[in-house]
Every structure is written in structure tokens, then in C-alpha cells.
Design a protein. Sequence first.
Length: 404
Amino acid sequence: MYKIDSAQNRIVPLDARRFGELGFSERKHLQEWLENCPQALAQGDGEELLIIQKEFDGFDDTRERLDLLAIDKEGNLVIIENKLDDTGRDVVWQALKYAGYCANLSKAQVVDIYQRYLNQKAQATGHPAVSAEESLVEFLEVDGLEAAQINRIKTQRLIFVAARYRKEVTNTVLWLSQFGIACQCFKVTPYQASEGLFLNVEQIIPTPESTEFMIGMVAKEAEEKSADSEQKHRHTLRLAFWEQALEAFSQSSCTLYNNISPTKDHWLYAGSGMSSVPFSLICGKSEVRVELNIGRRNPDENLFIFERLRAQKDEIEAHFGQPLEWLPLPNKKSCRIQYAKPIDGYDKANWAEMIRWLVDHMTRLENALREPLRTINQQLKQEALPAVEVPSQAYVAEEPGDDQ
């Protein structure tokens, strides 16, 4: 840190000092400074902290005493641990214990803790005591205490303040941050220039520039975990649904799925007698569907099959009993002929109806397309279609439609 000498147009270095050699102590000085000026621990976005207790010892069956307890604008409790010249080895463990104790505090207990702090301040100054409830409502900017969300699960934060940090402390803080535990380290350095004393408070973990990135990474990880959980839930549901559906098919006149096993996917394939042109059952989030999926390696063959079937559209639909959707899908690998029913596919109460519908309509679709497919398969073997260049890698048929 430098002092600007405007008269000489120079900068003059200030002398970095140790708190001990200046006669400052942790409790009487550093703790008092932060208690009365918590904005010194504000992040770059000007975050506000409200100190609600000092040297809090309200933990059952322990003599533990945390330095400062604060609350932020989101209603999260903030445990502040101060160390003078050196953090020591155990500061992180201390703060984690305090966070664990504070995690169980209810809204009413937080208000009571703050009220006792305000009463102590009023007694020391001789001023009337301020209402903790009113002060919190004002600070949190809510309509009333009942609307305030205070000390929710997994929201406790840790702030460390020291002149020097041991490597084992900074490594542990960085590791904890990866698990969504909000930790900050502030480095405090006293400076002296002639008779003047200065204090520099600098956030070193996370750096102000990386804070937004770390918050984004934590949010992304939470989103991914949520997506993974949702995916596992879907897989479990689908497996159970297909088990019931296949049992119903085995007792019907439709033999397409007699040798098919249930899967976690939202579709089930069954052969139609033509290579890479399967009959498909679809169980989506918002519909069930039966379809013929035309997904051969050669796009010209797909179009050939689709157009030959569409030329018999009236006869096929009359046999099926309903108008079908004819989807050439020119921008995709496959063509489809399908029929769907809107329904909540993840509601187990609908499963019996969905399974009856699938058995009925797949039976009709197979009967309507069996002879046309047999004829087209013979025509396809006789036609000399132009070869289409495809990647050398193994071909995988496109999944039938989106999982809605």
C-alpha cells in the first residue's frame, strides 16, 4: 500500500505492521472494528451484513464461543471467525462446528439471540433497546417477520478474517467451496505512516473476480444433480410401465412384443419383417403413441418405403380405423407413420388406460401395415436404388421422436 504525495508527485510506501507489535488484540480491537463496521467484509457488489451477536455462546452442552454472528440480506446466518496475526490450524474446524450448531436455530431463536444482543448494547450505552423483530424486518426488507426466510437449511456461511493464512486453511476452504459451502477469507493488514494507522481488508478467497464464476458452477452442479435425479426417476417409472405393458401384450392377439424385454427408455421396438423398420411403442410425459419408424441406412430406401405406404393411405387408414400422421421428416434420418393419445404418462393412475390403448392401437397398426410392408419389401429387393454414401461408423437408428 502506498500513500500519494501530491506535492512531490510521488507515492510513498506505507509500512506493513503486525497487530501484536502495534498493541492491538483480537477481541478488544479487530473484533470491535468488524462489529461496528461489518461493511468492511462486503463483497464487490456491496453486500450488507447485520451483526446479531458477539461472542455467542448459546450452544447446548458446550462452552464454545463464536466471535461474531451476522445475517445477510437473504436471511442466511454468517459465522465470522477472527484471528489476529495467524489463523492457526483449527480455525476451519471451529467455524464448521459453529455452523453446525447454528444450523438448528429456528427463526424465533434467531430473533431472541439478536434481541439479547440489542439489549446488551442498550445497557452499555444507556439508550433504549431496539426491537430485534422490527430491525430484522427493516434489514431484510420484508412486509413482516412471518414473510422472512431466516436460517434455511444448508444456507449457513463462513467468513474468516486474519492477517496470514496457513496453507492447510486455504486448501480446506477451497475444498469446502466445491461442495456449495459459502466460505470467504479476508486478509487484514495494518499499515503505519508517521502517526497515521491504516487497515487494509482484502478478500482473497474467493477473489472478487471468481465469485460469480464459483456461484455459477455451484448452481450448474445443483442443476445437473436435479436433472440426474429426474432422469433416474423417469427410468424407474418407465421400467415399471413396460413390465406391465408387456404382460398385457403377452395376453393379447398382438405377438410383436412376445420376446421383448422392458427397458428404461421411453420406447420399445419390435420387428416388422423389414430390416430397420420397427413398430414402436412410445410412452412420453404427455402422450402415448404407436408408430412405424422407417430408419434404414439408405435415405432413398426410407423415402421409397414411406411413399409406397402413403400411396395406400386411404386403405391403410380405413383398416386402422383412424387418420394417421404421415411424417416424411426430410431433415432427419427416419420417416414415421404414427398415431398418438395425449395423456399424463407419468401418472400411474393412467397406466391401465394407457396400456389398453397401446395394445389396441398397435394391434390395429400392425394389421393395417402387415401386407403393404410385405409387398414393399419384395419391391425394394427388386428395385435398383442408387447407393448413398454413409459414414463408416456403425449405424444407429434414430430414436423414435422426442421424450415429451
